[in-house]
Write a protein that binds this ligand. Structure first.
Ligand code: SAH
Ligand code: AVI
Length: 331
């Protein structure tokens, strides 16, 4: 890696393997059967997600990019921050719009910290950014944003005197359920200093005619992304899931205002998971919930973040009012 990239791995192989064993043992023996969506993102899953972002039906990435193209300079200037910290950074592609503004701004040397569970995505993004932004100090942190925010570095000498802008893009906040979100916002708030700011990308409630195809595209890329989690279980736990035994399902839950992705058994299926000494039975039609993707309203976000001690400091949407970017200060 180039000299100005630092990498910290807080999920060494034994730690990640142990987490997968725990999540699979708990999730596959409960009712309904569930898996946390963070297991989607092995190398193949991260690549499939990048393909999803280019699909005609998957509007969130384009809508968020549209807002960033129009507003990134204004947002970065308003915060005065010199260090950008990104949670669930993935390929960090849209982040470049914020980094362009950061690098162009005045003040201490700019820094970028990317945090993600996906080692492949993280290393790829950090390499690419270090090559394209020689003036930027790049740090990759492999960690879980749900319980390892303590691993984030401070602003550091480069950012001394200026706060950090913590960004959480892509609508990934919607992949947490309401209880997980409340814990996440409180944890994050507790780690923000007075000069720090939080920029959140959140997808907005809209017609299921738009939402459902975004999670069930005609080319079947989202179905492949969903099925890939079975390979993660096969590779990590020696399981013998077969893609053809499960169909991809995407549903809009109008009451809870979230999309659910599931894998539905198309016949009775028995699956062995030798690493956790478990055999799991699926009845035909039985489903494994693999993801929720909650959609938001402005008032709901203000309530949730307000309860965690974060005050609204800016709100922007794309031209079609499909997606929001919002800025928050410690109250
Ligand atoms: N921010 C990017 C990527 C979104 S995909 C964008 O807007 O396009 C979601 C990313 O969050 C993936 O890279 C995934 O590996 C990461 N992720 C999911 N759950 C996570 C967790 N609990 N902790 C850290 N990263 C997580
Ligand atoms: C990363 N996350 C915000 C995506 C979403 O839209 O919930 C993951 C995804 N799942 C299916 N398609 C994309």
């Amino acid at each position: 890696m180039p000299a100005h990239v630092t990498f910290h791995d807080h999920l060494p192989p034994h730690h990640a393997a142990e987490q997968l064993r725990l999540d699979a043992a708990r999730g596959l023996t409960g009712r309904p059967k569930v898996l946390p969506p963070k297991w989607f993102y092995d190398k193949t899953g991260s690549e499939l997600f990048e393909r999803i972002t280019t699909l005609p039906e998957y509007y969130p990435t384009r809508a968020e990019r549209e807002i960033l193209q129009a507003r990134a300079a204004e947002i970065v200037a308003a915060t005065g921050c010199r260090t950008l910290v990104e949670l669930g950074s993935g390929s960090s592609e849209k982040t470049r719009l914020l980094l362009d503004a950061l690098v162009a701004g005045a003040g201490g040397a700019p820094g970028y910290v990317a945090l993600d569970v996906s080692e492949d995505a993280l290393r790829g993004a950090c390499h690419a950014l270090a090559g394209d932004y020689p003036e930027l100090a790049v740090t990759g942190v492999r960690a879980d944003f749900e319980n390892q925010l303590h691993t984030l570095p401070d602003a550091g000498p480069e950012g001394r005197g200026a706060g950090r802008l913590v960004v959480f893009l892509g609508g990934t906040i919607g992949n947490l359920d309401p209880g997980q979100r409340a814990r996440f916002f409180r944890d994050l708030r507790g780690r923000l200093g007075p000069g720090d700011r939080f920029l959140l990308g959140a997808d907005l409630v809209k017609s299921p005619d738009v939402l459902v195809p975004a999670y069930d595209d005609a080319a079947g890329v989202t179905a492949a992304f969903n099925h890939n989690v079975l390979d993660v279980l096969n590779n990590g736990l020696g399981a013998d899931f077969r893609h053809e035994d499960f169909e991809h399902v995407a549903l809009w839950d109008a009451e809870r205002e979230w999309i659910e992705m599931r894998l539905r058994a198309v016949r009775d299926v028995l699956v062995g998971l030798p690493a956790i000494d478990l055999v799991v039975a699926f009845d035909a039609g039985e489903e494994l919930r693999t993801e929720i993707s909650a959609k938001f309203r402005r008032a709901g976000l203000e309530r949730e973040l307000g309860e965690a001690g974060l005050a609204p400091a800016g709100w922007w949407t794309d031209g079609g009012d499909r997606f929001s970017l919002s800025l928050w200060s410690p109250a």
